[in-house]
Design a protein around this ligand. Structure first.
Ligand code: PTJ
Length: 234
């Protein structure tokens, strides 16, 4: 990996790009497009965790703590950018991790599972024996021991169709998505509009220290994010 100069004003952003390029054999090409869209929304947010996102992080942490079978679903972008952060989140929350892909191939599942193993996580994914109802093709596959039987699923950077299918399965769905207007953001029960690598450590810290159960209105929270963005633009 060619590391960007540490004093570059856009160091973090350039590093994220390098990580995705470095892992280009396991990150879907579409994942690079998705990342660019995320970057654009992060500019609008001022590359910071906004107040509504902190509220969503609180709600997400109490939902994960209250869950009987929480699962963190990871895709190519998430593993390439944040494998260690996911490992820490899994550790503090007791959640299982499942590699679950939109552009699913056995090779990508196997390579991403190995990348999670390197950070100490035995991720599910290789032995998919269940299907997410309502979806066609390979993207429906999941593990009965993971997403199939989970009550709460954290799905960062998820496709809108699959997010809706998980909601329709009766699961509580938490997402992390920089685009407050995306179908995923609008469909999930709890949407954290924040950048993945900025948000995951905050979520893990909150889970470690969380005591109270938060009430949460996703629609209102998304409106608050849009107000935050529009105030910044003014
Ligand atoms: O690895 P696969 O095969 O499972 O595919 C992964 C992608 C991301 C290609 C797939 O899930 C997909 O097509 O996702 P979408 O529909 O493009 O949605 C991704 C969402 O994540 C978009 O709304 C982006 O704005 C957002 N996003 C991108 N990068 C980040 C992000 N949100 C938070 N942090 C990021 N770093």
């Amino acid at each position: 990996m060619v590391l960007p100069p540490k004093d570059h004003p856009r160091y973090k952003s350039l590093l994220a790009r390098e990580k995705l390029v470095e892992a280009s054999d396991v990150v879907a090409k579409q994942g690079l497009i998705a990342h660019g869209r995320g970057e654009a929304f992060d500019y609008l947010l001022g590359e910071q965790t906004c107040l509504p996102a902190l509220g969503a992080i609180k709600a997400a942490s109490s939902a994960i703590l209250a869950a009987k079978k929480p699962v963190i679903s990871v895709n190519g972008n998430v593993v390439a950018l944040a494998a260690r952060d996911i490992a820490r989140l899994a550790e503090v929350s007791g959640a299982k991790v499942e590699v679950n892909l939109f552009h699913r191939t056995p090779e990508r599942i196997s390579a991403l599972t190995k990348m999670m193993k390197k950070v100490g996580v035995d991720a599910l994914g290789e032995d998919a024996d269940d299907l997410i109802p309502g979806l066609t093709s390979e993207r429906a596959k999941c593990c009965s021991d993971g997403i199939g039987s989970a009550d709460v699923v954290l799905v960062p950077l998820e496709d809108g169709d699959r997010c809706e299918a998980l909601v329709n399965m009766g699961k509580k769905v938490i997402t992390i998505d920089l685009n407050p207007l995306s179908r995923t953001a609008q469909t999930a029960h709890i949407t954290i509009v924040d950048e993945l690598t900025r948000c995951l450590p905050l979520l893990a810290d909150r889970i470690r220290n969380c005591t109270e159960i938060e009430t949460f209105d996703n629609e209102k929270n998304l409106k608050d994010v849009l107000r935050f963005i529009s105030d910044r633009l003014k």
